[in-house]
Design a protein around this ligand. Sequence first.
Ligand SMILES: NC(=O)c1ccc[n+]([C@@H]2O[C@H](COP(=O)([O-])OP(=O)(O)OC[C@H]3O[C@@H](n4cnc5c(N)ncnc54)[C@H](O)[C@@H]3O)[C@@H](O)[C@H]2O)c1
Ligand SMILES: [Zn+2]
Length: 565
Amino acid sequence: MPAPEHITLTGPFGAGKTAVAAHVARLLGWTYVDADDLIVQSSGREVEDLFARDGEKAFREREAEVFAHLAPRQKVVVAAGGGAQVYAPTRRSIAEAGIVVCLKASAGTIAGRVAQPQARERPMLAAEDTYGRAQRLLDQRAAVYALADFTVDTDVLSPEEAAAEAVRLYRTWGERAFNRPGRIEQLARTPAVLPPILDAPGATTIVRTASGEYPAYVSWGALEGLGAIVKRSTGARRAFVVSDEAVLGRWGETAVSSLREAGLETATRALPPGDASKSLPQASEVYDWLAAHKAERRDAIVALGGGMVGDFAGFVAGTYVRGMPFVQAPTSLLAMVDASIGGKTAVNHAGAKNLVGLFYQPRAVVADVATLKTLPRRALVEGLGEVIKHAMIRDPELLALLEARIEDLLALEPELTTRVIARNVQIKGGVVSEDERETGGVRELLNYGHTLGHAFEAAGGYEALLHGEAVSAGMVAAAEIGRRVRATPAKVAERQRALLERAGLPLRPPPGIDRERVRAALALDKKIVAGGQRWVLLEDVGRAVVRSDVPPSVVEAVLDELLSG
Ligand SMILES: NC(=O)c1ccc[n+]([C@@H]2O[C@H](COP(=O)([O-])OP(=O)(O)OC[C@H]3O[C@@H](n4cnc5c(N)ncnc54)[C@H](O)[C@@H]3O)[C@@H](O)[C@H]2O)c1
Ligand SMILES: [Zn+2]
């Protein structure tokens, strides 16, 4: 049987599928189509928009319909979307319809081509670090791109040359390839390593880490959708809600009724509020509770509360039966914009904060902005410390928005508050996606204001200052250090100081903080790497750098100034 007059070009974005398809069609006297264009035409919406609003799963279903529709057409070259073969029905349609040619490209080639201004941004590549992202997508999808009759490496070929090569392979070997015994089964099979299709309609952002990808949802009233999200992201039938007494009393019912509505059996457990609950003895009690309920690996843990609950419940989820799926439902500003994203989990031990823990990512983050209505004022203000930090190190536009409307934010104006938190979740999620375990230097930038902040916090015995307050004073100190070593412009330091002050955050540690204890705590700082203290300093708004050449005398002078009553 001759091969059908139907060729599908597969491969990653940036391999030039559409351009090559046009040339192949010209050489063979056929027509060509871009499958993404057909999806856009039939839905009236852009690919990015479909992805963001309906989620990848819905997009893949729509895409599969387009391929099923195209399959019987003859004298046609189809340029497939980069992830089309991830979905089983599409893999089969493509294999059955005709010859499959994969256009290969290396991460470097893809990054170079995507960087060209006319390149339309792809949803799976939406991030600053295109090379790293391209490499990761290639790693994840190598097995599906291998599902082809022929492969053409495009790194050193122009689209015309790649097309000529594809046509040569088709004409010479197409018939033999198509009639290979077991061909359809081979090309349509499910590879052992298949990237998950994230079913996350309406997500604010997707956090991508080596150990998993997960959606974060931020909205006013998000808790009402908690059950559906827990079910979809964990597949669990039972949910164990871990909270603290203050939060459970106010928001437990909303969470639990949503979980029950989604058909999940639910049990709840509340810890006494306060960081003292983040302990191994408490963990041991919660393990007992889980054991009494015969909790299993296919059940889920839901962390409903501030950062204390999130860190604790994540630690328990990561260790019980060697890991249960868990979902973060943060209810404090600090937890929404910081603690719930990134997978750092821990308990305190032997007087040291977060001494025992693990990196363990949640399956989803559900941040209901409305829960902030019951958050004590001081905790709200504290969270603004991290919000302002994100703006200073990463986002001049966010800083301008905060400068314009910080009072409305303090009053929890719903639309503004949701927008600000969503942006912060994107910033933290973006940084974590680039540097999950704080080894690549990017995540370290989040420590802006934290070197001295942690020292002030410790010197106050973790009582005088809340974390966000200590970070506020730490940022003022870092800006002053930056000014003295000529890294930070005075204008930037001044904008930061003015905004922190309007937010109601402290600009220096309270009187009575002992200088020697600050110095002792500094010497203990985890971020000291082989002698030279590393300082995250601002060169401008949105531009943070790490400096290890700050003279100790400058630090001493700044401490003199800040601790002098
Ligand atoms: N994992 C991380 O990356 C990370 C980052 C920053 C901080 N943390 C951790 O987070 C913790 C601090 O976070 P936090 O400030 O959210 O602490 P928290 O959980 O102790 O919450 C602060 C207080 O607010 C109350 N509360 C929270 N939400 C409420 C609501 N909606 N209504 C009424 N009361 C509410 C709590 O009961 C508590 O008393 C610390 O344990 C810290 O180590 C972790
Ligand atoms: Zn912090």
